[in-house]
Design a protein around this ligand. Structure first.
Ligand code: ADP
Ligand code: ZN
Ligand code: MG
Length: 630
């Protein structure tokens, strides 16, 4: 249950964020574009057409040809390089048409004269092997190579076949103009909606917005756990603003050949500029936006880096007044390249949070509109049972419940169906975070209230922006978010001590209220110990040890960004350091205990409200505290 101090950044240690692996696509379905098959079949067909559908000709010896000629039987003929074909005057009995013949000529310089003498229409033709040459020398070998490549690519399960996707993927970059999704389809994300409202305003009327001196961010990054509705919101923005929507996923840019992804980025922006005002939506930005220059991997990241660079160039280059807004979504903002987050790029981040109780109820309402519910089904009870569920989970619950009801031939969906559906979704493969039992929720509410109250009551504590007990994943059952009033570059000893106190607040609250402690405070303790140790070892804030630093931190060559520590002090000093760190923690612990004991009534009130509402805003927290202080 970490105390968050960062300015709207998702805690790096949070494990609830995982990559959405795209489903493996079948070779036959996806890898070979349909038109290649089409082309091959057409060519083979054409070849047979050409060879078999030719006019039936009788093969005759040259002597016979000369006989026909002498007898004035030939109507016309074509002299080719290696043959003479022609038509007889005589009518063929079988076909009822003049007979056709073909013969292999002898070299005869006087042939032309003879033909003229007998009044035969004749012409000379160069024999054409174009079609068969094309087929045998070019198309068939290439087709074989393509297929072989595809087969190998599939065998290796790699991006080997992506080459063939070039044509297809390109086709996918097209604007969706008729967007039916609107804000009505997304619930429980009011803050995000509110922030996106400005983007919509701008897209509806870019010139007007500009005239009033409005300044539009080029890039807006939606950050949140999988299934919270980021993609949905992006679509809804396009639907609300009534502008075209270019939807592409970060992984679509990554191709086998260096430069293809970059070309695609260029293409995308070009198309978007032509359709402005419009939205470019890059889903799963982390696929291309990962930090560059990380640990070297064989084969390198050339393609991805080029694609990313091109994206940066395009974002810098375009003119916002034209009304192109780049929306993007990720569930792993911490791995994004810093360059992407710089001003002028994705400088606005919007957090799409997991829904609270009210939000979950609204989402359930949306997804049950078309379902037939039994009269006694109370969606609020279902919402209460599902803390930690995201929109996608709730949509899933509604769907599962409908399936269950249908399977048991029920007239309408009953509460039991929802109960079973919830259990299924919790146990489901992709659901990693758990929901809390009522007892756990009670405990977590006190824990987070402890953090919150200490943060509000210590002299240098920054105001609490939001406190939540919606589980965010393993090891993070709730969180308290503080937003610094102004950016700080220095911290005084008193400020650091207050920080330690805030971190301890959760655990101490649990101890006071329940008489024992839980495992939920592990992260808090790690961080408070580290802070205390830094005060002693790095900042020279211990009176006993004085203004010295101990231990030398250095970037390790082999571990990349990790730090190794060099111990440059004696065992005796090490013991003293440990003792000092312990003193800092113990003193803080006592301090927190007394603050919480003194304000137990506020703690109880805060915890009760939190348990009820699951999320409290900064104002609500302040209100509760003020009520008791007066
Ligand atoms: P994300 O992109 O954040 O992973 P999606 O937008 O793809 O999540 O959500 C998947 C589905 O879950 C949506 O199509 C929608 O049916 C449902 N859903 C998610 N969030 C919400 C929400 N806030 N309100 C209503 N439905 C939601
Ligand atoms: Zn905590
Ligand atoms: Mg998505």
């Amino acid at each position: 249950m970490p105390v968050k101090k960062t300015n709207f950044q998702i805690n790096q240690k949070e494990p609830d964020i995982h990559v959405n692996e795209p489903p493996e696509r079948k070779f036959w379905q996806k890898q070979v574009p349909f038109n290649i098959w089409y082309f091959i079949v057409m060519m083979i067909f054409l070849y047979f057409f050409q060879t078999t559908m030719q006019v039936k000709r009788e093969q005759i010896p040259y002597s016979q040809f000369q006989n026909y000629l002498a007898a004035d039987q030939i109507a016309e003929c074509v002299i080719r390089e290696k043959s003479i074909v022609g038509t007889l005057k005589q009518i063929d009995n079988k076909t009822g048409k003049p007979g056709h013949f073909i013969t292999v000529p002898l070299y005869n310089a006087d042939l032309a004269k003879e033909l003229e003498k007998h009044g035969v229409k004749y012409s000379v033709a160069i024999e054409s092997h174009f079609l068969s040459n094309l087929l045998f020398a070019w198309i068939i070998p290439f087709a074989v190579i393509f297929l072989l490549w595809g087969y190998l690519g599939r065998k290796m399960g790699s991006a080997g076949m992506n080459f063939l996707n070039i044509g297809k993927n390109k086709a996918r970059i097209h604007a969706e103009t008729e967007q039916k999704v609107t804000f009505k389809d997304a619930a429980g994300v009011d803050e995000a909606k509110q922030e996106l409202g400005e983007v919509i305003e701008f897209l509806r009327n870019p010139e007007h917005f500009q005239r009033l001196g409005g300044h539009m961010p080029r890039g807006v990054l939606l950050v949140g756990s999988p299934g919270t509705g980021k993609t949905l919101l992006a679509r809804a923005v396009s639907g609300e603003a009534g502008v075209p929507f270019f939807n592409i996923s970060g992984s679509d840019f990554i191709e086998m050949f260096v430069g293809v992804g970059a070309a695609r980025v260029r293409d995308l922006f070009e198309q978007a500029r032509a359709k402005a005002p419009c939205i470019i939506f890059i889903d799963e930005l982390d696929a291309i936006g990962r930090q560059r220059g990380g640990p070297m991997v064989m084969g390198g990241h050339d393609e991805r880096e080029q694609t990313l660079n091109q994206l940066l160039v395009e974002m810098d280059g375009f003119d916002t007044s034209k009304g192109v807004v780049v929306l993007s979504a990720t569930n792993r903002p911490e791995i994004l390249d810093k360059a992407l987050l710089r001003p002028g790029r994705f400088d606005r981040q919007i957090v799409v949070d997991k829904p609270d109780l009210k939000g979950r109820l609204e989402i359930l309402k949306i997804h049950t509109v078309e379902l037939k519910l039994a009269r006694n089904v109370d969606l609020e009870i279902i919402a209460r049972r599902t803390p930690g569920f995201v929109g996608a989970d709730l949509a899933n619950v509604a769907n599962e419940a409908a399936i269950l009801a249908a399977r048991t031939n029920r007239e309408a969906i009953a509460t039991e169906d929802f109960e079973t559906a919830i259990d299924r979704v919790i146990a489901g493969p992709e659901k990693k975070s758990s929901t809390l039992s009522p007892e756990e929720k009670h405990r977590v509410a006190y824990h987070e209230s402890g953090h919150t109250l200490i943060a509000e009551l210590v002299p240098t504590g920054e105001p609490v922006h939001k406190v939540s007990i919606i589980p965010r994943g393993i090891g993070a059952l709730g969180y308290t978010l503080q937003v610094p009033e102004k950016e700080k570059f220095l911290a005084t000893k008193n400020e650091l001590l207050d920080q330690v106190a805030i971190l301890l607040g959760g655990r101490v609250a649990e101890e006071i209220v329940f008489g024992d402690v839980s495992t939920g405070a592990q992260n808090d303790l790690e961080r408070s110990s580290e802070l205390a140790r830094n005060m002693v070892c790095s900042y020279g804030m211990s009176e006993k040890l004085g203004a010295l630093t101990f231990g030398k931190k250095h970037a390790s060559l082999f571990l990349g960004t990790d730090y190794g520590e060099e111990k440059n002090y004696s065992e005796d000093t090490a013991r003293k350091i440990d003792a000092e760190v312990k003193t800092v923690i113990e003193t803080s612990y006592k301090r927190v205990r007394s603050i919480l004991n003194e304000n137990r009534h506020i703690l109880d009130d805060l915890a009760a409200r939190l348990e009820e509402k699951e999320v409290l805003s900064g104002e609500e927290v302040e209100e509760i505290i003020k009520k008791h202080k007066n």
